[in-house]
Write a new protein. Structure first.
Length: 478
């Protein structure tokens, strides 16, 4: 029995030694001293993306008990706002606050209970907040404030009209104005944050010039609204806009705000010179045109129009300063036109153009005579055209003679045929037979003479035509 009790005592002693050894190991691992309690340095050490908080006071915790230990107990900067985002709620903003982490330590994510004026206001949740970082938090619906958002689209008052031979192109900026009407029905003044979405990079914020704050997806604008008052706030954005229209003298810009009418008047088109190159007659003309632009502003706002007038290749724009502008080029001018009014601008252009020309032998006689009598044609060209006209007249005279002989030959041949038929039916012993026979013989000789004359005239005409072609092909005059 004593042996058994001694064995039990040894086992208990051995167990107690193991327990003491385990305590020592635990202290070395945890760094705790169970006699002195928990002690730490008041710091927050960063470990990668996580943070380790150590407690800056000693705490005694009885065995098998638990306690909630505060790791941060200080005032953090914050400001109360009403936050409106149309995508969250179209009518009411949310009560919220702008929290700034002024603790100097990271704040981890978790729930937050908000008390407004000592009264429970609502619950919210915060994400990880670095030291010095700011974040908006919302905790309840602000039913004392109403917001109405209205959108209106219109073109920018400045418009560029590019007008060329292939039509009209209107370029401007499409302006979208979003008006927020904020009504504060509560007895307290409100600071309202308007969250306005940022669209593609093509959209540009025009008014206000700069938001109070900008995130990756939102503009934030701050608006003060006194108790019982209504305030409107406009956000204006623009995106490039352009339209093209077909060739016409009358245009209407697609949005209906502008009508354009173009009137072209030819002041003169006169001959300035003629030259002949290898029988090719090339006249030079000077042409002057005036193009008048009439632009009617039928919109409800005053507009400034920038018109790009395309000076065509070969044309020269003339102005009052006698400073010509040769095409191809663009002449830009501006017209400021009040709503409902019409503005106009005239542009004069001049062109000196040498035609590709036509072969001398294809020109009508009337045109050649016109060139010969013109005061702007050189003496050499006039002499060449006079000779050409003379050679053409000789050819025409030969053709006329051939035509006359052909007519006579036709008449003579028909009568010769009639006499031949009569000789067939009249008896050879008749007195009339001899008369018809003499006439038949005379006509036969005359027909031979006419035929020979026609052959000779045709030969002459071929020679004349050949000589004229050779003359025209080698003709140069300027």
């Amino acid at each position: 029995m004593d042996r058994i009790q001694g064995g039990v005592a040894k086992q208990q002693e051995h167990a107690m030694k193991k327990l003491e050894a385990a305590k020592d190991v635990g202290q070395s691992i945890a760094g705790f001293n169970f006699k002195e309690g928990i002690q730490s340095v008041a710091t927050a050490d960063e470990v990668g993306e996580y943070f380790q908080y150590t407690i800056d006071q000693k705490i005694t915790l009885p065995r098998q008990k638990s306690a909630m230990l505060p790791i941060l107990d200080q005032t953090i900067e914050g400001h109360k706002f009403s936050i409106y985002n149309e995508a969250v709620h179209a009518k009411y903003p949310l009560l919220g606050l702008k929290l700034k982490n002024t603790s100097g330590k990271p704040l981890t994510q978790g729930p937050i209970t908000v008390y407004d004026g000592g009264v429970f206001g609502g619950d919210t949740r915060i994400l990880d907040l670095q030291p010095g970082e700011e974040r908006f938090l919302s905790y309840a619906l602000d039913q004392g404030t109403e917001v109405k958002a209205e959108v209106k689209e219109s073109l920018n008052p400045d418009m560029i009209l590019k007008i060329g031979s292939d039509g009209l192109f209107a370029n401007s900026d499409m302006r979208e104005t979003k008006t927020y009407t904020i009504k504060n029905r509560s007895p307290h003044d409100r600071e309202v944050i308007l969250e306005h979405p940022i669209r593609s990079a093509y959209w540009k914020l025009v008014e206000p010039k700069k938001p109070a704050e900008q995130t990756r997806d939102l503009y934030r604008f701050q608006v003060a609204v006194a108790a019982g008052k209504t305030v409107t706030f406009k956000v204006v954005e623009e995106v490039p806009w352009g339209r093209g229209m077909g060739v016409s003298t009358n245009f209407r810009v697609p949005d209906g705000s502008t009508e354009v009418k173009i009137e072209t008047t030819t002041e003169f088109h006169k001959l300035t010179a003629v030259k002949i190159v290898k029988g090719l007659v090339m006249p030079t003309h000077k042409t002057r045109e005036t193009k008048a632009y009439f632009i009617q502003n039928v919109s409800e706002i005053d507009r400034t129009y920038t018109v790009d007038h395309v000076v065509r290749p070969g044309w020269v724009r003339l102005d009052d300063k006698n400073d010509p502008q040769a095409g191809p080029e663009v002449f830009r001018f501006k017209l400021s036109i009040a709503k409902g009014k019409t503005g106009q601008q005239a542009v004069r252009e001049e062109r000196i153009l040498t035609d590709k020309g036509a072969l001398l032998k294809t020109l009508p006689e009337t045109l050649i005579k016109e060139y010969i009598t013109s005061s702007v044609i050189s003496a050499d060209v006039k002499a060449a055209l006079t000779k050409a006209l003379s050679m053409q007249a000789a050819i025409a005279d030969t053709q006329r003679q051939i035509s006359e002989l052909d007519k006579q030959l036709i008449i003579l041949t028909a009568d010769h045929t009639r006499v031949r038929e009569n000789l067939k039916i009249i008896p050879m012993t008749s007195e009339h037979y001899k008369t018809f026979l003499e006439k038949f013989v005379a006509q036969d000789k005359q027909i031979e003479t006419f035929q020979k004359n026609v052959r000779d005239l045709n030969a002459t005409m071929q020679t004349q035509i050949r000589d004229y072609d050779q003359f025209a092909a080698k003709l140069d005059a300027e």
